[in-house]
Ligand binder design. Structure first.
Ligand SMILES: NC(=O)c1ccc[n+]([C@@H]2O[C@H](COP(=O)([O-])OP(=O)(O)OC[C@H]3O[C@@H](n4cnc5c(N)ncnc54)[C@H](OP(=O)(O)O)[C@@H]3O)[C@@H](O)[C@H]2O)c1
Length: 260
């Protein structure tokens, strides 16, 4: 290994680490899964649909990475608990937890009923809380851990009939700060990555409207909307040794959307 490779590897390599990525079979989570696996981690992907999970893992194992999948529904407490145990049984307890699974049901505020509230909070907020409770203390005991939540610019502003989606994401950023406070003294950092508008299956309807897509791109500083792969570098950084002194932070990966 030449000296620059050794230097970069010392900062960013995830060799020997185990990662669990929820929602790792699509969009941002899938890109993050690929990045962590290519950086050396053994990654377990959790989501519901087996075909997408299998395709994600196949692509990575085909590229020489170590990855596996667990099908589970993070929309219920029992589902989260079962998926967590199944995932931890594959490569062992995770050193890195990425909560990317998320839903945006989008009914306008006046049409948000209790079902929409419960479903949104269960997947977007309660699942990350329960997974943190399951894995955070073990990470702290072992003296190393990385928890990365994927929130949204809607944690910071109302946006196209955001209903209660932004509520769940705002609370998730608060959860990250509380988890950071609890576990950072023991080597466990907790941060959030904050996307702007990213062209993924979550946004199929909006993405199909070229005028809206162009208008959103114009609101960034870079002049384009986000792509899932824009999250790869930030995820590897937050999962690695290099970010040991970064905790409790919300890091915007949004092309400048939030500051324009
Ligand atoms: N795209 C954007 O513009 C954008 C902007 C801001 C924030 N975000 C956030 O970024 C994260 C990733 O979004 P994305 O755009 O990559 O979305 P995506 O392509 O729709 O992927 C969502 C993932 O979550 C999984 N998932 C959804 N409900 C689940 C459940 N009940 N149990 C288990 N897994 C579940 C999905 O798999 P299954 O359906 O197979 O379960 C899928 O793997 C989300 O938290 C989202 O809120 C996205």
């Amino acid at each position: 290994m030449n000296s620059s490779h050794a230097y970069l590897s010392g900062l960013f390599s995830l060799d020997g680490r185990v990662a669990l990525v929820t929602g790792g079979s699509s969009g941002i989570g899938r890109a993050v899964t690929g990045a962590l696996a290519r950086a050396g981690a053994r990654v377990v992907v959790v989501a519901r649909r087996p075909e997408e999970l299998a395709a994600t893992v196949e692509e990575l194992t085909g590229a020489g990475c170590r990855a596996a999948w667990v099908s589970g529904d993070l929309g219920s407490r029992e589902g989260v608990r079962a998926a967590a145990e199944e995932a931890a049984a594959v490569f062992g307890e995770p050193d890195i937890l990425v909560n990317s699974a998320g839903i945006n049901l989008r009914p306008p505020m006046a049409e948000v009923d209790e079902d929409v509230w419960d479903t949104t909070m269960a997947v977007n907020l309660e699942a990350p809380f329960l997974l943190g409770r399951r894995f955070g203390p073990g990470m702290a005991e072992r003296g190393f851990g990385r928890i990365i939540h994927i929130t949204s610019q809607q944690a910071h502003r109302a946006f196209v009939q955001s209903g209660v989606y932004g509520v769940s994401k705002g609370a998730l950023e608060s959860l990250a700060r509380s988890q950071a406070e609890a576990w950072s003294p023991y080597g466990v950092t907790v941060n959030t990555l904050v996307p702007g508008f990213v062209m993924t299956p979550l946004n199929t309807r909006l993405s199909a409207d070229p005028e809206r897509v162009a208008a959103l791109a114009a609101r960034t500083m870079t002049g384009r909307n986000g792509l899932a792969e824009d999250f790869e570098g930030a995820a590897v950084f937050l999962a690695s040794r290099a970010s040991a002194y970064v905790t409790g932070q919300s890091i915007f990966v949004d092309g400048g959307f939030s500051v324009h």
